[in-house]
Write a protein that binds this ligand. Structure first.
Ligand SMILES: [Zn+2]
Length: 416
């Protein structure tokens, strides 16, 4: 009896949860619900999601009333390999401030440098970094992207299988010619080799179809060349025939969707026009996933960050749930990581707390045009694997007058 009592005592002395997010509107994309609930985290994992969890059960309680609590967001098209590709960003500097806990690098590197990318970026980042492997051996950033002999489906597929947990698919991008096409450099080589790699490793292919020379048509790409489950990113770029002269959505988009093709935003510096996106969304063609293509040439506009891209779609008429859905569970399915983008008990505790602001806001696109809007999303807290990694409102902090003298002291990181 004595032993049992002391167990009970130790249970009440040590609260079972490390962190409790209390009083928020919890959006659970997997269940399709939005309701007032508390989220409890223990050991870096989601421990309980319930209407009213006692604060006594948690070591730390954060009041998040008035905010939306969602799974950590997934931005499935970014560039975060700065040491190889000059457009690359430092992942942690741009993820958490937008509630993003998973970033997918879209083909910055290929088979020649994936291990370097893994060592320098994937293994060093707090953000979960996954990757599409470029079918070109050296990835992005140079003339080698035009050299068909450097498009290596077999090696790409073998590496994708060897690092199956990190490599989510194959990327085709940036393929053109300044002279007539020939047998060593034909219009479809890049796409066909990427699809071949995708077939070999049984993973999806993401296609950036810029530029789009007349020798290869967009309809052919999405109706014939790509497979169900493959992803066309940059869908609202001005270089695709998305909207006809009468303002009507090209019917091939709906045909391609029916056969299982996936359309991703991939906003980028040159691939998002309101003139396409607003009309397409109004006519029922919403993108499957909302991603940024964040890189050094668009972080200062027009992309800025993930939440700004999401806010654009909110102002086009999508509901908050629809926008969250397209940055959590949908990209998780596209990259075949169903364990991500959920608040399931036992899932790694990646959580975003988001404010929906109302007011007068302006959003810019890549065609030097702007859209006025009345809603904007702002991140107020990000939790990665149970740890608070972004807290601009000081939700975890006491006011300074109440802070104890020795509350916190800076400790330099190991090795500094
Ligand atoms: Zn990109």
């Amino acid at each position: 009896m004595k032993g049992k009592n002391s167990d009970l005592n130790s249970q009440s002395a040590t609260p079972p949860f490390d962190l409790l997010l209390k009083g928020g509107q919890v959006i659970d994309p997997k269940r399709g619900t939005m309701q007032l609930a508390d989220v409890a985290i223990a050991g870096g994992r989601i421990a309980l999601v319930e209407r009213d969890i006692s604060p006594a059960k948690a070591k730390r309680v954060l009041a998040v009333g008035g905010y939306y609590v969602t799974p950590g967001l997934i931005d499935m098209h970014v560039h975060v390999y700065p040491s190889h590709f000059s457009w690359g960003l430092v992942a942690d500097a741009h993820s958490f401030r937008s509630g993003v806990t998973t970033m997918v690098d879209a083909g910055s590197g290929g088979v020649s440098n994936f291990l370097d990318f893994k060592e320098r970026v994937i293994d060093q980042s707090k953000t979960r970094v996954l990757a599409y492997l470029n079918v070109v051996d050296n990835g992005m950033g140079g003339e080698w992207e035009q050299d068909v002999s450097r498009m290596v489906p077999e090696a790409t597929a073998a590496l994708a299988q060897a690092y199956s947990d990190l490599i989510v698919g194959v990327k085709a991008a940036h393929y053109w010619t300044s002279k007539p096409w020939d047998a060593t450099h034909a219009p479809w080589d890049n796409v066909e080799r990427a699809v071949r790699a995708g077939e070999l490793c049984q993973k999806p292919v993401m296609v950036d179809f810029w530029p789009r020379p007349p020798e290869r048509s967009y309809a052919d790409l999405i109706l014939h060349k790509m497979r169900p489950g493959d992803i066309h990113t940059h869908v609202f770029g001005q270089h695709f025939p998305i909207i006809d002269e009468a303002g009507i959505v090209n019917p091939v988009l709906f045909q391609a969707r029916k056969r299982g093709l996936i359309f991703d935003v991939g906003h980028g510096a040159g691939s998002f026009w309101f003139r396409h996106a607003v009309r397409a969304v109004a006519q029922g063609f919403t993108p499957d996933s909302i991603s940024t293509d964040l890189h050094t040439h668009n972080i200062n506009g027009p992309v800025l960050n993930t939440l700004t891209t999401m806010s654009k779609f909110l102002n086009m008429g999508l509901s908050l749930q629809e926008v969250i859905y397209r940055t959590t569970i949908t990209p998780a399915q596209e990259i075949r990581h169903p364990e991500l983008g959920t608040l399931d008990v036992g899932a790694e505790a990646d959580v975003a707390v988001i404010a929906l602001q109302e007011g007068d806001f302006v959003f810019a696109d890549c065609g030097k045009a702007k859209m006025l809007g009345s809603k904007r999303l702002e991140c107020v807290l990000t939790v990665r694997r149970g740890e608070v990694v972004y807290d601009p409102k000081g939700l975890t902090m006491p006011e300074w007058e109440k802070a104890p003298a020795e509350y916190w002291a800076y400790k330099p990181p190991t090795g500094a």
